[in-house]
Design a protein around this ligand. Structure first.
Ligand code: COS
Length: 384
């Protein structure tokens, strides 16, 4: 067993840390305050090669493995979860799906543009009435000659207002349930594709989130065959959940760093608050959760790199890292006291931004059911 990173991984990690601290972190507070989706910053992230890290060189990416990709996502997640969401959606939900399910022609047509940031992509799975029960797609697709016509609506779609291409999941035959779902590659520049920005989010203010109405949207391409759509979604989520977990490890680490810094500088009762046992207890617990989250996430990444089945281990990493990051952000505010309640310190933003991570890409409860099923062999979602 080897817990050490390779020299290349160390270098990638240091470079990502330096980039995130130089380019992303300084803009995070202002972007969040203004609810500004920073396309200029997205372009810089793309130029750095971070929008398709797992995509092989022949399709325009740097061809990194998952473990290395996770290191990049951790650093971006530590700096700003809004930008981490861009990286996760573009790389894990969109690029990984095209890489896994696309034809050679589709890979060559889409991946270089997505990796370079020339195009942004979004992942249209969730609907107003379809969340955890992802197979129950209400959006309908009907064949019309050699094209498909899609009608329905999508909800909570990250980058939905800015995407050039959308993966749209739709039901072609309701009687077939998940075996009727198809995943269409949709050009968003058509009148029937109508995104609307969602306002009033608790966090991720600098992230673009859309509700999308689909009225007679046309598509001529899909990933895989009719009926493969649900599996396209599940395999993409196996990658996406790893990415969310990695970003949450970054938040955990940020909470440790900021809390230690604050606690050693801030004095009360004539001593730095770090000298108090109750504060050290909080710091220690944060550190333990951070290390545990990282180890579970690295394990999932390593299994992906080995080509081993890893759905359960990815769910374990996602469940643990997102819950740990919430706990760490909450506790980091406790260490900061009143100072942590305003956005002078990043802990305030982390606390709000992290809340969604136990909801999106599968709630904590869905991860528990996936883990429970792998232990018992019983699908709790199917009435016995
Ligand atoms: N990789 C590949 N295939 C998978 C898979 C995975 N991770 N998970 C399931 N499948 C396949 C199954 O093997 C099964 O295949 P067959 O049709 O050949 O038998 C098929 O998909 C249906 O799987 P299952 O019976 O497990 O589907 P369920 O309806 O029970 O749903 C859960 C399973 C709950 C796990 C799924 O609906 C889910 O992840 N829901 C959460 C959705 C989500 O995360 N939404 C948030 C999106 S935010 S971007």
């Amino acid at each position: 067993m080897d817990f050490a990173l390779t020299d290349e991984q160390q270098l990638v990690r240091e470079t990502a840390r330096a980039f995130a601290e130089r380019e992303i972190a300084p803009r995070a507070r202002e972007n969040a305050r203004r609810a500004h989706f920073d396309t200029e910053l997205v372009a810089k992230i793309a130029a750095q090669g971070y929008l398709g890290a797992i995509v092989p060189r022949e399709y325009g990416g740097p061809g990194l493995g998952y473990t290395t990709y996770g290191l990049i996502v951790e650093e971006i997640g530590r700096a700003d979860s809004a930008m981490r969401t861009v990286v996760s959606v573009q790389t894990s939900l969109v690029c990984s799906a095209i890489l896994r399910w696309g034809t050679e022609e589709q890979k060559r047509a889409y991946l270089p543009k997505l990796c370079s940031g020339e195009w942004l992509g979004c992942f249209g799975l969730t609907e107003p009435d379809t969340g955890s029960d992802a197979a129950n797609q209400k959006t309908r697709a009907r064949r019309d000659g050699d094209r498909w016509i899609i009608n329905g609506s999508k909800m909570w779609i990250s980058m939905g207002n800015h995407a050039d291409v959308a993966l749209v999941f739709a039901q072609t035959d309701p009687d077939k349930r998940h075996r009727g779902v198809a995943c269409f590659l949709v050009d968003t520049a058509q009148d029937g594709f109508q995104p609307t920005e969602i306002h009033g989010k608790m966090g991720l203010h600098a992230s673009d989130t859309a509700a999308i109405s689909l009225v007679d949207v046309e598509a001529t391409e899909m990933l895989g065959e009719v009926g493969d759509g649900f599996k396209v979604a599940m395999t993409a989520l196996d990658s996406g959940r790893f990415s969310v977990a990695s970003g949450c490890v970054g938040i955990c680490q940020g909470c440790v760093d900021e809390s230690v810094r604050y606690a050693t500088e801030r004095e009360q009762f004539g001593r730095p608050i770090a000298a108090f046992q109750l504060v050290q207890s909080m710091l220690a617990e944060m550190k333990v959760k951070t290390d545990a989250a990282r180890m579970l996430t690295w394990r999932a990444g390593w299994m992906k790199d080995q080509g081993l089945p890893n759905t359960t281990e990815t769910s374990i990493a996602k469940l643990y890292a997102t819950e740990a990051a919430q706990w760490c952000a909450n506790t980091a505010i406790q260490v900061h006291g009143g100072a942590g309640y305003v956005d002078d310190h990043p802990v305030e933003r982390w606390f709000r931004d992290v809340r969604v991570t136990t909801l999106y890409e599968g709630t904590s409860q869905i991860q528990q059911l996936i883990i429970g099923r792998s232990l018992t062999g019983i699908n709790a979602l199917v009435p016995s």
